[in-house]
Design a protein around this ligand. Structure first.
Ligand SMILES: NC(=O)c1ccc[n+]([C@@H]2O[C@H](COP(=O)([O-])OP(=O)(O)OC[C@H]3O[C@@H](n4cnc5c(N)ncnc54)[C@H](OP(=O)(O)O)[C@@H]3O)[C@@H](O)[C@H]2O)c1
Length: 273
């Protein structure tokens, strides 16, 4: 497993398991247990996924030392609006059954709150309840306002990113401030036939890898962190097995050419929160 270093020195495994839509308790528990057995050391959940309890139990039952695991959860919109930041963190910790969270993210940039909520996150960052704080779905506009008003630079911006939405400008902007990018829906949520693109199939044949592995490797080589979701042990294994080959500059350019600024999730400016 490769690691990236966040801007406060905390190390983060570059491939994590996303657990969105694992709302069946057994599915969430079994998926996290299997993933950790397979070597995953990074789990990405959120209060709104309604699975912090089984995810936390799987982490605690895994037999792996807590300090070898990296756990992310997120502050949901209603808690942002009602300024419930500290209580929301405590509730998440309780549900997870953990003493601390490695990364706590503001889930969406809520109108009129996307800067002020950061003051509350800064306070949390000064406690031993979180090791790093960051944001999710922030555009350059949200970030530039935040950076102008507040002193702590977010460690992470977790955004939708895959070959159909390569986010070149936002990745470059965040890199100027040492804000690491995490790609959500890195496989385009297995929609829009991304994994059937000829470029990805041909590159897969070239390296004896699957199109999904090519996409994940493209992220890793751009210095990004990926959190593919899978409840299937075979695909979990596949998604972790991306560290024994390297794409060429030409391969990367070919994958870049697939960009069409196409989203599978909502645009942060258009969400009605
Ligand atoms: N911050 C945010 O606002 C936000 C928003 C959305 C998602 N996220 C995070 O990002 C994570 C990943 O995003 P996502 O779940 O939307 O999409 P994704 O990881 O791009 O795709 C997941 C889908 O692809 C399938 N899949 C997984 N590995 C595969 C492989 N190797 N080959 C073919 N299909 C594969 C999965 O099915 P199986 O399970 O059957 O394998 C599932 O249907 C989420 O779980 C969540 O943690 C964050």
């Amino acid at each position: 497993m490769d690691y990236q270093e966040l801007n406060n020195g905390v190390k983060i495994p570059v491939v994590g398991l996303g657990v969105f839509r694992m709302d069946d308790e057994k599915e969430a528990y079994n998926s996290v247990r299997t993933a950790i057995d397979l070597g995953y050391r990074h789990i990405d959940t959120a209060m709104i996924y309604e699975n912090e309890e089984p995810v936390g139990k799987a982490i605690r039952d895994s037999g792996v030392n807590r300090n070898e695991l990296f756990v992310t959860t997120k502050l949901w919109n209603e808690d942002i609006i009602s300024k419930n930041t500290q209580k929301a963190l405590e509730t998440s910790l309780k549900k997870l059954g953990l003493d601390y969270i490695d990364l706590y993210l503001v889930h969406w940039p809520i109108k009129d709150r996307y800067v002020s909520v950061w003051g509350e996150m800064e306070k949390l960052a000064a406690t031993d309840k979180v090791r790093a704080v960051g944001v999710s779905n922030y555009t350059e506009k949200h970030l530039s306002e935040l950076l102008e008003m507040r002193s702590l630079v977010p460690a992470v911006n977790q955004i939708e990113l895959h070959p159909y939405l390569s986010q070149k400008e936002l990745v470059e902007y965040c890199s100027q401030y040492d804000i690491k990018i995490e790609s959500w829906s890195p496989l385009c949520a297995n929609k829009n036939n991304l994994l059937e693109e000829k470029i990805l199939i041909d590159l897969g044949e070239k390296y004896s890898k699957t199109p999904a592995q090519i996409v994940l490797r493209w992220n890793v080589e751009r210095g990004l962190i990926v959190i593919p979701k899978s409840s299937n042990p075979g695909r979990q294994k596949e998604n972790l097995d991306v560290f024994d080959f390297e794409l060429t500059v030409k391969d990367i350019e070919q994958i870049n050419s697939l960009n069409k600024d196409m989203r599978v999730g909502p645009h942060p400016d258009e969400v009605g929160f």
